[in-house]
Write a protein that binds this ligand. Sequence first.
Ligand code: GCW
Length: 702
Amino acid sequence: MKRILLCLLFISQLAFGDDGYRLWLKYDLIKDVPKREAYARSVQFIALNGTSSILKSAADELQMGLQGLLGKTVPIITNAGSRTGGIVLSVASAPNAGSQTLVADGYQLTGRKSGNITIFGKTDSGVLYGAFALLRQLQTGQSVENLSLTSIPKIQYRLLNHWDNTNGTIERGYAGESLWKWYELPATVDPRYRDYARANASLGINGTVVNNVNASARFMTAEYIEKVAALANVFRPYGIRVYLSVYFPAAKTIGGLKTSDPLDPEVRKWWADKTREIYTAIPDFGGFLVKANSEGEPGPQDYGRTHADGANMLAEALKPYDGIVMWRAFVYKADPKADRFKAAHEEFTPLDGQFDKKVIVQVKNGPIDFQPREPFSPLFGNMPKTPLSMEFQITQEYLGFATHWVYEAPIFKECLETDTYVKGKGSTVARVIDGSLHQYTMTAIAGVANTGADRNWTGNPMAQANWYAYGRLAWDHTLSSEGIADEWIKMTLTREPSAVKTIKNIMMRSREIYVNYNTPLGLSRPWSGVHFAPEPWQEKSVRPDWTAIYYHRADSIGLGFDRTATGSNALAQYRPEVQQQWNNPETCPLPYLLWFHHVPWTKKLSTGRTLWDELCTRFYTGADSVMWMQKQWAQVKPAVDPAIFADVTGRLITQHKEAIWWRDSWVLYLQTYSKQPIPASLPKPERTLEDVKALSEIYKLR
Ligand code: GCW
């Protein structure tokens, strides 16, 4: 009977394919029999001497993983005694961690051929992360004999930020509705919440902000605290704490007070009481995330107070508890004459040293807004007395939503590895946020999630890699983009060597390809709207700094935003060594050129082409490269699941169409200023500027 069932299951898998639900935790049977048998000899039992729910999760995950990978049930026992040939979970300092002491949630895997594999962690969570690391060894086909692997997270708070609303929608979400079914909670708890927690724990993510930073005050009501507590109960056994985004005037809107002035004693009391109420329901609550005085959200400045006043009020409310305030630095005023690039630095650097020690200031990787390529935010390095955390965006707001395949690890790495020079050479952004540069007392990183209720979590199956890569880098920013891709492919798609190589190659080139057809040479496009359709012509918007022309500054002379001393002088916010790299249009690396310079159309670039010709070349090469992606992907057909293959194939067709749409829109629009022909070697767009404008208008219709 069992056989028939298994058979049916297999056939149904073949017929319907892989729906992507299991992410990188697939645990499919290892096909290489000798390897499988070798693994099986090393993992005959799981010894768990402890009762905490986190340790139990570790043992259960191992058991489930081994069942799938090896096709056998490995028993969980309480004490290994003198037995060998099993896995021992041990909450203890590892005996030979070498120079690396096992701190925080680090783990060590040790194994000897004739002994046991021991997973050491100083904390229960450390053991859980070690269990996932051991499974990863098996999933990626590595040996578990003579294991000696120590890994320690470089950043303390590793969070996802969900921009999810009470009505089930997700701001900038492209994978369906919110995972959180607020209407059903707390009584109905979707089993999917647990799989969400497992996926995050497998990466070392230890916190999640469940609601949008454009926050609803409802999350501070008893009704919602109860719902959030139900989620926290599911996440706790996976070492994940919940956090909430705060609507700053909540004391007024739901508390009934006359003000939400952070210096008002009644307001402070309201927050202290509210915080106590939250901790009563969620004893391990993580803390608050705040977007204030930004893009219309209210904040302390409405009362003539500073960001520090606002943050410190919440820190005071959190004082009795182990919680923190993450205060966002994403602020800018609607001033057409100002340079939005400079706003966060201008507002926050004067406050350095004024924040409570429970406050961390959360800074987006770039000074503007998650562009396909952006220089690092000049705040990094310039607030030595205030812990700064990194906010990356995993969801593809500016990266083509769920139809474009863009592997983001290179975006994250590019920022982390850039040198700020604030304490001389080697003062990378990574060293700012991991605290080693300024000896921060607290370190954190956040990724704006790309998950939704779509069966495969991320819409585009390839976008799962971005969730994965963010988590792995949050744990250890020194990992390479390529190494992470390699792991992910092997765990998620295939272990067939040539297919792994081909897919990795597509992934590693995908971001540059996107930049080429979308925003080459340092163009940016944070203009208003849904951030999908090209509208470089956009001149009107509710705010002057939400138009396209504000950013690209195209005119009859040239293109780009002059941020040197002759322009906004935003460059002055960086150290001289950084300025030197970017302030001369002759030597500024081409990927950053138009971020800092207004360049004449006819100017010869280092490629030997004029600006105009170079732009056209990049737009065309970018769009053509999507065909290269298609051809490469076609080659891996025999090695990947048919459903996933078909899904990605379809998306690549759309991506190509849309890449041409972007190319044509930019080229035809910019041509009205450059007044230059498209280089003879390139085909002319098959449509007119009016055609592409009409397309974008249609896109905006409901
Ligand atoms: O990039 C902009 C987005 C907004 C977002 C905002 C922010 C949550 O377009 O949708 O709001 O950034 O980060 O606060």
